[in-house]
Design a protein around this ligand. Structure first.
Ligand code: URA
Length: 247
């Protein structure tokens, strides 16, 4: 577990229950730290502490509180039933938790790397623009982008329907696919609604395919196939906050 992590926070993150039910468990003297009943929600943990809740050893080798997913086309990152089919519907039963939320969103027709977590504070670390956690999108587009497209992206461009300029980002043009579409990567450290599509539209193109393959230093793992998800490993959690050099 993380150094100095409060006991109730740790148990919630590990999927033992909701914040309230975890606290109830502690109140009912069902939680032991190093074999001794602990009645303090805020007890700060050391990485070497051994925690039992309701007779079960709560390990922290894998983090079922955070899932890594290869989103496939067709699923909405929404909790609204009217938007079904939902990404939340395809979470395997043993990973389901009432507090699971996606870390940012991908559009229904966007594929690739998305994280889900029960840890709201962690969402901020990955998504808040000031944290500079860069996301890489690979896209295929139709149309012809303006000649100064890369410079505009780089200097913080305007989108057609938004009064605020985007934060400086990076666009790489990669030639053309066999079907004639233009190929590019876009690196963003913010996540406005449909941002890549709106930026490309403002530059004169139209996104036809969009795929996210990296968040921070974490690439979409090759062991995940479209539609699959699994707990995020400790080394992957670390890599997420290691910024790649080529952003
Ligand atoms: N930008 C978009 O336009 N769509 C996504 O799904 C993600 C980023």
């Amino acid at each position: 577990m993380r150094l100095d992590e409060p006991l109730d926070y740790f148990l919630t993150r590990r999927g033992v229950g909701t914040w309230a039910s975890v606290r109830q468990l502690i109140q009912q003297q069902q939680v032991l730290v190093n074999g001794i009943i602990c009645k303090h929600y805020h007890r700060r943990l050391l990485p070497t502490d051994v925690v039992n809740a309701a007779g079960v050893l709560i390990k922290d080798d894998i983090d079922t509180g955070t899932l890594i997913c290869f989103k496939k086309v067709g699923y909405a990152c929404s909790h609204e039933r009217k938007d079904a089919p939902l990404l939340y519907d395809v979470i395997p039963r043993h990973y389901q938790h009432p507090n699971l939320q996606t870390v940012g969103r991908l559009d229904r027709d966007t594929t690739g790397l998305i994280l889900l977590t029960i840890d709201g504070m962690w969402v901020q670390l990955v998504m808040a623009p000031e944290k500079r956690c860069w996301k890489r999108y690979r896209l295929a587009f139709s149309g012809i982008l303006s000649a100064d497209a890369q410079a505009r992206v780089c200097s913080g461009m305007m989108m057609l329907d938004d009064p605020r300029p985007c934060l400086p980002a990076r666009l790489e043009l990669l030639g053309h696919a066999a079907d004639g579409l233009g190929l590019a990567t876009m690196h963003l450290c913010e996540g406005r609604h449909h941002q890549v599509k709106r930026m490309i539209a403002a530059l004169g193109g139209r996104v036809e395919r969009l795929h996210r393959d990296r968040i921070g230093g974490l690439e979409l793992p090759t062991d995940l196939h479209p539609g699959e998800m699994r707990p995020l490993r400790g080394d992957e959690r670390v890599r997420l906050f290691e910024m790649p050099e080529n952003v």
